[in-house]
Every structure is written in C-alpha cells, then in structure tokens.
Design a protein around this ligand. Structure first.
Ligand SMILES: Nc1nc2c(ncn2[C@@H]2O[C@H](COP(=O)(O)OP(=O)(O)OP(=O)(O)O)[C@@H](O)[C@H]2O)c(=O)[nH]1
Ligand SMILES: [Mg+2]
Length: 311
C-alpha cells in the first residue's frame, strides 16, 4: 500500500492534512488515496451543522467536541465556506472558535473554501470526510455557513443535519417556511440567553407543523453554546436521532442515496468535461455544431450523436 495511505490509516494527522489538500486541489493522487482507503470508511458518525453567519455554529461544535473528547472519542471538524475565495485554512482563526482544541492531538481541524475541484465543493467535502473517517475519527463535524439549499447539499453527506438558529433572525425561519432548505433533523436555537428565545421556538414549531408528518419529529433544542448550556441535551438528541435512523433503516438508506448521488455527480462532471473537450478539439464535432447553426441538424439529434460517440 502507498505510504501516504498507510500513514493516514494509522491516524497520522499530517498524512490526513496532506490527503485533504490533494483532494481539494483535485490532484489525481487525492483520488487515488481515497480509492485506497475507501474500504476502511463508514465507521464515523458524520454530523452537519448549518445556519446563518454568527448563529454560533462553531461555538456549538467546540462544545460538542469537548463532550465527545471527554467520552474518549476522536473528533474531526471541517468548516466549509461556500462563499469564500480563501482556502487552506486561511479563515481558521476567525471562523472556527476551536482554540481550546487546537493542541489536542485527538482533534483534527480543517477549513475549506469554494474551489474549482472536480464536482465542486460538495464532492470535495465528501472526499475530505471519507479521509477523516479512514483516519479513525469517530465523529466528523461539518460546518457550513448559510441557510440555502446549496449549503444543505454540501452537508447532505452527514448522517444527521442540524440547523443552528439564533433568536431574532427571521431570515432563517423564512428559509424554512419557503422550502428554500430541506427540513433538518434537529433544530438548535442557540443564544438562549436572548429574551426572544421562546418566541423563536414557537415560531419554528409553527413552521414545522405545516410540513409533512414524518416518523421523526424534528426536535428543537435550546442552547447557550458559549457557556456550554444545553449541550448535554443536544448530544442526547443527536444520539436519539442516530438510533432512530439506524432502527428504521434510514441510516443505510440515506448513505446509499448520498453515495449514489455522489457517483452520478462525479460521472456527470467527468462526462461534461469530456464533451467540452471534444467540442474544443474534435473537428467533426465542430462541423456537426455548424450544421446545427445552419439549421441542417436539430440540437437534440446533435446531442444524441455526441453522447453516442462518448458512451
Ligand atoms: N450571547 C451568546 N453569544 C454566543 C452564544 N454562542 C455563541 N455566541 C457568540 O456568537 C458569536 C458567533 O459565534 P460563532 O460560533 O463564531 O458563530 P458561527 O455560526 O460559527 O459564525 P460563522 O462561522 O462566522 O458563520 C461569537 O461571538 C460567540 O461568542 C450564546 O449561546 N450566547
Ligand atoms: Mg463558524
């Protein structure tokens, strides 16, 4: 086995960091690495946290990390900022409030920003999460800023999706109401020291009651992450959700669906690249395009011909 893969499987932090950089840079060595370690994945509990800027996602993650560490678990945190042009940990200081954990060898922290990696940020996120899983992390926490479907897509690889809200932020409730985002598994109302907390909880209940009835009733957990309040209850709720999806078979189903989407997404991106390449480089394709422009061949027939050549 490749040395990097072996070191990563042994839990070497530097190997893990190197592996994620390769994946982020869309380096073929990154894909080869994931290929080698993939059979060793599937053990970590993957959690995704999303929410508006400043809602307290990082503070929540820090508090969750503390509890998980006390229980002897190894933790990895991946903070993803879809809107940031920075990369390779440039935002680590500002965005991740995990200073308490920087020196803990049982905690691996990394940030990732939007890059032109193969298949986009969502794919890079999954590859990075797989590497963390392979490196023996028991818990992988994904943080992403925003309350749109794009952010949810990024953390859709998680087994449990948590939406963090803060009192007084109507936008997030609007996003839920308008169906801008899928209903998360757990909703956290953070900053419960704020006087509007209970109003917020009532509003969320109202929105949730409009949604479809499912076997899992989305719990609303009040926390004051900055002081560690409500984190025990959050951990319990996360565990309940995990037990629920395991019992119902939805954990396997969800993972299968996400992996299927991943395969389709990667295949689609690669096919598109190939098609664009032949459009640029193949004269017969350009001639065919000319025929379309001259109204001798219709677009759908041209597309069918193009696909026939590639598949
Ligand atoms: N009053 C109060 N402040 C909090 C609480 N939790 C977090 N904060 C503060 O809220 C601010 C934002 O917290 P973060 O954890 O960085 O929020 P975030 O959602 O990760 O922010 P971004 O990553 O920038 O989107 C910080 O100043 C925290 O100290 C809380 O329970 N109560
Ligand atoms: Mg943050």
């Amino acid at each position: 086995m490749d040395d990097l893969a072996q070191r990563l499987l042994d839990g070497d932090k530097r190997a893990l960091a190197r592996g994620i950089s390769l994946v982020e840079d869309d380096d073929p060595a990154g894909w080869a690495l994931v290929r080698e370690v993939y059979p060793h994945t599937g053990k970590a509990a993957i959690m995704g946290l999303t929410g508006a800027p400043g809602a307290g996602k990082s503070t929540l993650i820090s508090a969750l990390t503390k509890l998980r560490r006390e229980a002897g678990r190894e933790v990895a945190v991946l903070s993803i900022d879809p809107s940031s042009p920075f990369t390779h940990g440039a935002l680590l200081g500002d965005r991740i409030r995990l200073t308490d954990h920087f020196l803990d060898p049982g905690v691996f922290i990394r940030s990732m920003a939007s890059r032109g990696s193969l298949g986009g940020l969502s794919e890079a996120t999954l590859q990075a999460a797989l590497l963390m899983d392979a490196a023996g992390k028991d818990v992988v926490l994904l943080e992403t800023v925003g309350v749109g479907q794009a952010e949810v897509d990024i953390i859709d690889h998680a087994d449990t999706v948590i939406l963090a809200l803060m009192p007084g932020s109507g936008d997030s409730i609007q996003a839920l109401k308008a169906g801008v985002m899928e209903i998360p598994d757990i909703i956290v109302v953070n900053k419960s020291d704020h006087p509007l907390t209970d109003t917020m909880v009532r509003e969320i209940r109202g929105v949730l009651s409009l949604g479809p009835k499912a076997s899992w009733r989305v719990p609303i957990v009040k926390t004051e992450a900055a002081r560690g309040e409500g984190i025990d209850e959050l951990v319990e709720t996360i565990e309940k959700h995990r037990e629920h999806i395991a019992a119902e078979g939805t954990l396997e189903e969800r993972r299968a669906r996400n992996l299927m989407n991943e395969v389709m997404e990667l295949a689609a991106v690669r096919l598109r690249r190939k098609l664009e390449e032949s459009l640029r480089e193949d004269e017969s394709v350009q001639e065919m395009l000319q025929q379309v422009v001259q109204r001798k061949l219709d677009p759908a027939s041209a597309a069918a011909k193009l696909l026939e050549r590639e598949l």
